[in-house]
Design a protein around this ligand. Structure first.
Ligand code: G6P
Length: 611
């Protein structure tokens, strides 16, 4: 949440910051701001609304001279979106100017203390409190940024990442992090601080991933790192392998549609990363030996949002293939449960695209505290979850920009399948995995075949552009897909939708069905096909307009379905990977038909680094 960027070097900072912030806007887009130091003077510009509002106001950065600056896109936590609450925030004499991502839990107490010392406050943000605390220590320590920051870090509770300008150090950018991501990028004669590498990929691929409670000082091309006591820290530079082009729209109207089309590649790359040349599964790069897999007696899958939905699919597949009991937990719930956790024999699989979701990270830490081995399925290399987990399975989806995930979800499914297969194999329950692996490797081509038919889905979406409600129904893996299809629809098109286990409809939700309401049934699990088909008929007889996603040959609803989308045949364990594609398209086209900003739906952010 909140996009953060800092630059120091020999080029004009403002256009670089605006360019980079455009790639971070998915992290928050209710206001934006820049501060640029030009000699003794620091100029600050900020505006409520999208980054484009700010950019127009400062003519693409031309009106702000200076080669050292910081920039922010905001997702409001404390204080409504407004020009005043937008970042940067400053101390009264503008000696300290900062941007922030995170939440300061003890801001009331700090504010009271600072008020007692004569500070006043002009915004409703917790950030301003931190800025003034840093300012207090900065002045007490005779203008020493490092000691001011270390003292402030000892006092501030919560999660944060700050990027700071000190007016009297006009060529320096400082950064500190605790539980929120911060990356320092090393360029030639210049350097960057950012919350996400995609903002700086066009300028450098050489980065330092700051650890928790570390401080960075950037001056031109020089990056110095310190620990929380101010001692110098040495670190290896890491090379980012992501393609800079991947963070561009590449001819598509929206990132979401581009990413929908990148799914075949994301799935293919993720599968191949875990296959040996002889075609067998190889999880050794994530240090998961067969011996370790044999010892697993209980799995907890922990995640949020779509990653949770991928976990629900994983649960069905793992239990069926490997016969290990699995509980899928929402991270925000898991972290506050008093579960009798099993340390020995317990495995926590943590799924996260960003690797930074606050609840998921906290839940993973709790699992570790209870002695569970943790395996993270993560997309972003070097992210907090990836660094703290015992083992990491990287999904190879590349940078995902649209707030609504598509390709990362698909890659997460692929990772779950591979794990399930190897768990089953290691436990002697799968003597020959070649059939399953062949099916797995055929998924990318089948995903592309489905995309060839996207126009049919667009027509359905147009028909329901004015609708108010929809239901998604399914059983077993189809229910997990229904959850994801429903989320895609509501989060980007704002059409209210609910997923319901098909058998549960009659226990309440069916009372909401009205004439003409869109009900989407997912019917890919042959063993349960007849059951779900009956549930579809029950809603049809109450006036619903039926759309079904199923395989050819499933004819029970031939006469009754108003629209049928056939997905190619596949092993039932992997059907989610195909069934979800038309549902993603449905959500996308509905959003377009309703004139909504597909890539940046209201109130949402892609990387949720607050509780
Ligand atoms: C946000 C995003 C979702 C994502 C969820 C979990 O809500 O909009 O697309 O599924 O966070 O994020 P993670 O990065 O942990 O997968």
């Amino acid at each position: 949440m909140c996009g953060i960027l800092g630059y120091t070097g020999n080029r004009q900072a403002a256009p670089i910051l605006l360019d980079g912030l455009a790639k971070l806007e998915y992290r928050g887009y209710d206001s934006a701001g820049l501060a640029v130091a030009d000699g003794e003077e620091v100029r600050i510009e900020k505006a409520k609304g999208r980054l484009s509002v700010l950019s127009e106001r400062i003519e693409g950065g031309k009106t702000l001279a200076g080669t050292c600056g910081i920039g922010h896109t905001r997702w409001a936590t404390h204080g409504e979106p407004s020009d005043t609450n937008a970042h940067p925030l400053w101390s009264d004499d503008k000696a300290v100017i900062a941007i922030h991502n995170g939440i300061i839990e003890n801001y009331r107490e700090l504010k009271e203390e600072l008020t007692g010392k004569g500070y006043s406050f002009y915004s409703q943000t917790d950030t301003e409190v931190a800025v003034k605390l840093i300012d207090l220590y900065y002045k007490e320590d005779n203008g020493n940024p490092l000691s001011a920051l270390t003292r402030a870090m000892r006092r501030i509770r919560g999660s944060y990442c700050f990027v700071i300008l000190f007016r009297d150090h006009p060529d320096e950018v400082w950064g500190v992090r605790k539980d929120n991501p911060l990356i320092a990028g090393q360029g030639k004669g210049e350097s960057f601080l950012t919350s996400d590498v995609s903002a700086i990929l066009q300028d450098t691929r050489q980065v330092y991933y700051l650890d928790n409670m570390q401080i960075a000082r950037l001056r031109g091309g020089e990056i110095r790192l310190f620990d929380q006591d101010g001692n110098p820290v040495t670190k290896e530079l890491s090379e980012v392998t992501w393609d800079a082009q991947a963070a561009e729209k590449g001819g598509f109207d929206h990132f979401m549609m581009k990413e929908i089309h990148e799914q075949a590649k994301a799935v293919r790359d993720t599968i191949h990363s875990a296959l040996r040349e002889d075609g067998t599964v190889d999880l050794s790069s994530m240090k998961l030996t067969d011996e370790a897999l044999r010892k697993v007696e209980q799995i907890y899958i922990i995640a949020c949002g779509s990653a949770y939905h991928a976990g629900v699919v994983g649960q069905y597949v793992i239990e069926d293939l490997a016969k290990v009991p699995v509980r899928v937990e929402l991270a925000s719930e898991f972290r506050y449960r008093t579960l009798p956790l099993k340390g020995e024999g317990g495995l926590a699989i943590v799924i996260s695209q960003s690797g930074e979701t606050a609840d998921t990270l906290a839940a993973m830490r709790l699992a570790r505290e209870h002695g569970l081995r943790t395996l993270a399925i993560v997309n972003v290399v070097g992210s907090s979850i990836a660094r703290e987990a015992d083992n990491v399975f990287y999904t190879l989806a590349g940078p995902e920009i649209a707030v609504a995930t598509t390709k990362a979800y698909s890659a997460q499914l692929a990772a779950c399948y591979l794990l399930a297969i190897q768990l089953a194999k290691a436990r002697g329950l799968l003597l020959d995995e070649s059939g399953l692996l062949a099916e797995l490797q055929a998924l990318p081509r089948k995903i592309d075949d489905i995309l060839d038919e996207k126009e049919r889905i667009r027509q359905v979406a147009e028909r329901f552009a004015q609708a108010n409600d929809a239901f998604f129904l399914g059983r077993n893996i189809d229910y997990a897909v229904a959850m994801e299809g429903s989320l895609k629809m509501k989060e980007i098109s704002y059409l209210h939708s609910e997923a319901c286990a098909a058998g549960e409809m009659k226990h309440g939700p069916i009372s909401l069905v009205e004439k003409g309401m869109l009900v989407v049934g997912i019917l890919t699990q042959e063993a349960l096909y007849k059951k779900t088909a009956s549930n579809m008929l029950e809603v049809k007889s109450r006036g619903a307009w039926l759309m079904q996603v199923t395989h050819r040959g499933n004819d029970l609803l031939k006469e009754d379905a108003d629209f049928t989308f056939y997905i190619p045949p596949t092993d039932p364990h992997f059907a989610a990977s195909l069934a979800v594609i038309p549902l993603q398209l449905l959500g996308y086209y509905l959003a377009v038909a309703r004139g909504v900003d597909v890539d940046k739906p209201r109130n949402l952010a892609k990387s949720v680094t607050v509780e």
